[in-house]
Design a protein around this ligand. Structure first.
Ligand SMILES: [Fe+2]
Ligand SMILES: [Fe+2]
Length: 282
């Protein structure tokens, strides 16, 4: 990537929305080992919208708790810090971009469906592998293609040219992005993650979800998101911007050591969870 190009995205990234303050505070708190469920509850209850959302979510079929949960503290105790952070990030990121550009709303929705499909996929694959940070995987999947949303909203002309190349030359979006911009949505996403002070792991997974081998200490997480990206396309969850299936990275597949015959049940679980989660996100 040329320096001029990099400068150009950084300049545009400055115009990008920032996360709501409450969410930033929650992210900080979750990273602070001295904080308690009480501290977190206080921040959330200060925000009525977040409170309502949280209670709606914990009482939804997605979590399936048998009893009714009526306080934020109970929700935190039941779900844990990580899950709360992932939930709040999810809804805030959706809000941030939703309806910014009415014209592209339909495309944007399909992109979000793709992201949600990948998030669910990463969670289900993570569970299958007994990964210990399931919520983090969910958020990684959700944000893996955030760079595409940025292109769609903030690099409109370039985005249209990319889409034209994808349709005319039957090429993958990432190849067209390199032709038009000299970089891809993975690099843009990495910049945005940096701007939002998201954890390094998340930033690295976003940056390397197309080449997990380059993800350093986060090869497993990047490989999980990489596979989830492909599975959610196979299941027709939203639209990832490509008219053909991107190839499964050999290194990623070998790192995961998932048996081929386990894929069917992984995909079935993905479909069930995707159905459940779509109902409260939309
Ligand atoms: Fe991607
Ligand atoms: Fe994707």
């Amino acid at each position: 990537m040329g320096t001029a190009d990099l400068q150009k995205i950084i300049a545009r990234i400055d115009d990008l929305p920032t996360l709501p303050r409450t969410v930033l505070r929650i992210t900080e708190l979750v990273n602070d080992p001295k904080s308690s469920a009480k501290d977190l509850a206080r921040i959330i209850t200060d925000d009525q919208v977040l409170t309502a959302r949280l209670l709606k979510l914990v009482n939804s079929s997605f979590y399936g708790f048998p009893q009714r949960i009526s306080t934020v503290t109970n929700a935190i105790v039941l779900l844990g810090f990580d899950a709360i952070r992932s939930l709040l990030l999810t809804t805030s990121v959706f809000d941030l971009f939703a309806g910014r550009n009415k014209k592209s709303n339909q495309d944007q929705e399909k992109f979000w469906d793709h992201s949600l499909g990948c998030a669910v996929g990463a969670k289900v694959i993570g569970n299958h592998l007994r990964h210990d940070k399931i919520e983090e995987l969910f958020v990684s999947g959700l944000l893996h293609d955030i760079g595409k949303i940025v292109e769609m909203l903030f690099l409109r002309d370039e985005f249209m040219r990319i889409v034209a190349i994808v349709n005319k030359q039957n090429t993958l979006m990432i190849t067209a992005e390199h032709q038009v911009l000299g970089y891809s949505h993975a690099e843009i996403g990495k910049l945005l993650a940096g701007k939002w002070n998201l954890p390094v792991k998340l930033e690295q997974v976003i940056a390397h979800h197309h080449q997990p081998a380059a993800a350093g200490s986060f090869v497993m997480e990047a490989s999980i998101v990489h596979l989830a990206d492909i599975l959610c396309r196979a299941l027709n969850m939203g639209y990832g911007g490509d008219n053909k299936m991107p190839p499964l990275d050999k290194f990623a597949w070998e790192s995961l050591r998932i048996r081929t015959d386990a894929l069917e049940s992984i995909m079935e679980t993905m479909q069930d969870e995707y159905r459940d989660i779509s109902t409260f996100i939309s």
